[in-house]
Design a binder for this molecule. Structure first.
Ligand SMILES: C[S@@+](CC[C@H](N)C(=O)[O-])C[C@H]1O[C@@H](n2cnc3c(N)ncnc32)[C@H](O)[C@@H]1O
Length: 259
């Protein structure tokens, strides 16, 4: 029997356990620094610019941007767990990050109020409706000022196909074992993720499903929403250990400008 997935999985998966299962990617400061280095290389970002970190999770990119002198970041995510953690961190560091819980399809923010919108860490393709990604990118377009830049960081579909691994596992520290069983159908990978604490037993047994894009597909998507000056950077990985980091390996970064 195939892996079955609740279409609303993305509303509840991103909690403290996710910060363990994806710790190698999202709780490693060196990984975040490499990703933010790339942001600075790819878009003309200046200290006074207003940046929206859309689907920004626990705020690792916003925090690093502020450390590098960006004076106004808005961190938007659906996960209350991750934003609670982000608020603790931004307050303790005194970072100028506004945290807000919202759905990226309809952020509820003023039109043309950002110089840059970032979607980092493979955060598209979660909603079962294939049109939803275009809706999210349309919202980015609305929020950007004319001349502003969108940057989207996604797993490269070409690599997903080439490196597909039906079973992966890794350990986190002494206690946590993460096992993933995967199925690929057309442009979607469904995953059953089992997380075991050696001390406490099974702490998660969940499924999720992510749609992926090939390079040309992302370009078409950005273009269909109205972006121009679209450029792709492929073969980016913040990891160099050759391990299986799921969707955080082999990324492609698309940038596009609002005319
Ligand atoms: C893999 S995490 C990446 C988080 C962050 N960008 C990073 O790189 O650390 C994906 C994030 O997207 C958020 N997300 C997914 N769909 C969303 C939506 N429709 N609206 C708001 N947030 C969403 C999730 O809550 C989760 O925090």
């Amino acid at each position: 029997m195939g892996i079955t997935v609740d279409p609303e999985w993305w509303k509840t998966l991103f909690d403290e356990v996710y910060l363990l299962t994806d710790a190698r990617s999202v709780c490693d400061v060196e990984v975040t620094r490499k990703e933010v280095d790339l942001i600075f290389e790819l878009i003309p970002i200046l200290p006074h610019h207003r940046v929206l970190d859309l689907c920004g999770g626990h705020g690792r990119h916003s925090l690093e941007l502020c450390t590098r002198g960006i004076s106004h970041c808005v961190l938007l995510d659906y996960s209350r767990h991750l934003l609670k953690r982000a608020r603790v961190e931004t307050t303790s560091r005194g970072s100028p990050v506004d945290c807000m819980v919202a759905d990226a399809r309809s952020a509820g923010l003023q039109s043309e109020s950002f110089d840059h919108v970032l979607i980092m860490g493979n955060s598209l393709g979660y909603l079962s409706d294939p049109e939803a990604d275009a809706v999210i990118l349309g919202e980015c377009f609305r929020l950007l000022r004319p001349g502003g830049w969108l940057l989207v960081d996604l797993t490269a579909g070409e690599s997903v196909r080439k490196r597909f691994n039906a079973r992966g596992w890794h350990e986190i520290g002494e206690d946590i074992l993460v096992c993933r069983e995967r199925e690929m159908r057309v442009n979607t990978v469904s995953v059953r993720e089992l997380v075991v604490s050696k001390r406490e037993g099974v702490i998660r047994d969940r499924t999720y499903s992510i749609r992926f894009y090939e390079t040309e597909g992302v370009k078409e998507l950005l273009s269909s929403v109205g972006f121009d000056c679209i450029q792709m950077t492929t073969d980016f990985s913040p990891h160099s250990d050759g391990g299986d980091h799921g969707f955080m390996d082999c990324r492609m970064i698309a940038v596009g400008r609002k005319p």
